[in-house]
Ligand binder design. Structure first.
Ligand SMILES: [Zn+2]
Ligand SMILES: [Zn+2]
Length: 309
């Protein structure tokens, strides 16, 4: 399964001509996961060919306007497009009241079920066959969460020779072993998946911080991530302002990525004061070289990991 990460909005607080408000979509061939939902998200989705009809879950980091004002418009547009697939939305306490009251005030109907899940504590918030999403409290000026999208490990490599040597011919028994089941071979011996397969392969891990200052527990939460999408609102010279407002600087984001032994860091939530944000990129790269500056419409592909567990 290929995973694509699409940056729909990379500005912080206010939009600019080049950057829309925060929104990142992670896509597989069958699912979409949206992280935050800034204004104008429909336009950004159309431009990047993100579907309005696919299976989708939305994760809201916190209830600041720049991260949630796109939601009512998106829900309404999906209804006008006659979406049928249910939509699950996760976010901090207050999310339900915000959406229910907006829908009531604006009096719009929906053509699909919407399930609103308020996050009441840290930990696992979504557990599916192929992946998990967990949350940890961020360090911002209001209650908020950072999210980890983690694919479950993939089965190890299958060795046909080993199966044949055990007297198991190609067919249904191969599939059963590949699906993790024990079987009885035609020679009447028990064979288990590990007899014919290599070790499990690590799933991919993506971290989305939302707005946050650095905090110690983040390092373990983000450990070994393939990608960390981190708040990087102000440059290093404005460290005090970042601290007061609950945001991070490039060096801080990079230090977090380094400590977590991440593979790649993306700086996002860029303040409108930086029409050219190369300054931020340079400061981060001094600490963590594999850093990318997010841009609207940027797309990253995450290949399958062959790392063994
Ligand atoms: Zn923000
Ligand atoms: Zn905020």
């Amino acid at each position: 399964m290929s995973i694509r990460v699409v940056f729909l909005g990379t500005s912080g607080s206010v939009p600019t001509l080049k950057r829309s408000l925060p929104c990142v979509v992670v896509q597989s061939s069958s699912d979409q996961w949206m992280f935050d939902c800034g204004e104008n998200v429909q336009h950004q989705m159309m431009a990047t060919k993100v579907s309005f009809h696919h299976k989708m879950k939305i994760f809201i980091s916190h209830l600041h306007g720049d991260h949630v004002l796109g939601l009512p418009g998106l829900l309404q547009t999906m209804a006008l497009m006659d979406r049928k697939e249910s939509l699950q939305i996760y976010g901090p306490k207050g999310l339900k009241n915000y959406l229910v009251s907006t829908k009531k005030t604006l009096n719009f109907g929906l053509t699909y079920p919407v399930e609103i899940n308020e996050i009441l504590s840290e930990g696992l918030i979504c557990n599916q066959k192929e992946y998990q999403i967990s949350a940890i409290k961020s360090n911002h000026s209001v209650e908020g969460y950072c999210f980890a999208f983690t694919e479950n490990p993939r089965p190890g490599k299958f060795y046909p020779d080993k199966a044949l040597a055990l007297g198991i011919a190609e067919g249904e028994l191969w599939s059963k072993l590949q699906n993790g089941q024990k079987i009885i071979t035609p020679n009447n011996i028990t064979a288990k998946p590990s007899d014919v397969m290599g070790p499990l392969r690590r799933g991919r891990k993506i971290i989305y911080t939302g707005d946050t200052k650095p905090f110690a527990a983040f390092v373990e939460f983000a450990e070994g991530a393939d990608l960390i999408i981190h708040d990087c609102t102000f440059d290093d010279a404005l460290k005090e302002k970042a601290d007061t407002d609950g945001h991070s600087t490039p060096s801080q984001a990079a230090s977090q990525a380094k400590a977590a032994q991440a593979k790649c860091l993306v700086l996002s939530h860029i303040s409108a004061r930086y029409p050219d944000a190369d300054l931020l990129l340079g400061q981060a790269k001094k600490v963590f070289p594999n850093t990318i500056l997010a841009e609207d419409y940027m797309t990253l592909e995450l290949p399958l990991s062959e790392e063994l567990l």
